[in-house]
Structures are given as C-alpha cells and as structure tokens.
Design a protein around this ligand. Structure first.
Ligand SMILES: *[C@@H]1O[C@H](CO)[C@@H](O)[C@H](O)[C@H]1NC(C)=O
Length: 88
C-alpha cells in the first residue's frame, strides 16, 4: 500500500478543483460591467476575437459604449463573504 500516493492525489484533485472553481467564477462575473463603467480595452471596430485575445471582455449589445472593455477586477468580495457568514 502507498498511503503517501493517495495523499498526493487527494491534494492534486483539491488544488485543481479550486483552480477550476476560481476560473469559472471570474469568467461568469468579471465581464458584467455596467456600460458607463467600462474602460475601453481595444479600439473602435475591434472584433470579438481580437478583443478576447487581449484578455478583455466583448459585449456589443450596448451601442455608444465600448464593446471591448477591461473585465472588472474581482478580488475577494467582502460583502459576499459577510453575507455568507450571516447565513450560516
Ligand atoms: C452586455 O451588456 C449588457 C449591459 O450590461 C447586458 O445586459 C448583457 O447581458 C450583456 N451581454 C452579454 C452577452 O454579456
């Protein structure tokens, strides 16, 4: 038996789950920026492909505002954490 190996695999699984969870979170949340708060990331007429390859968000549903913009930086949301602890 190799209990050490099991432990290593366990840690690896845990770490990859955490990494995936963080990725999924940032992807769903950080591109939701109010049009008036958007900071232009590209140039007028930039394509979605060019925009996302710069690690920026593309949303052309709001005319008159930048289509390609920097994602909102989501660090640790203090409000969300407090809410979570209140719930428990
Ligand atoms: C684009 O932005 C608008 C305004 O913030 C939002 O309502 C809409 O859901 C966004 N569309 C996409 C595809 O993210």
């Amino acid at each position: 038996m190799a209990p050490m190996q099991n432990k290593v695999i366990c840690v690896l699984v845990l770490v990859s789950m955490l990494a995936l969870g963080t990725l999924a979170q940032t992807q769903t949340e950080e591109c939701e920026v109010a049009p008036e708060e958007r900071e232009n990331c590209g140039f007028p007429g930039i394509t979605a492909t060019e925009c996302t390859s710069r690690d920026c968000c593309f949303n052309d549903s709001v005319r008159g505002f930048p289509w390609c913009f920097h994602p909102k930086a989501i660090e640790v949301p203090p409000e969300g954490t407090t809410f979570l602890y209140h719930g428990i």
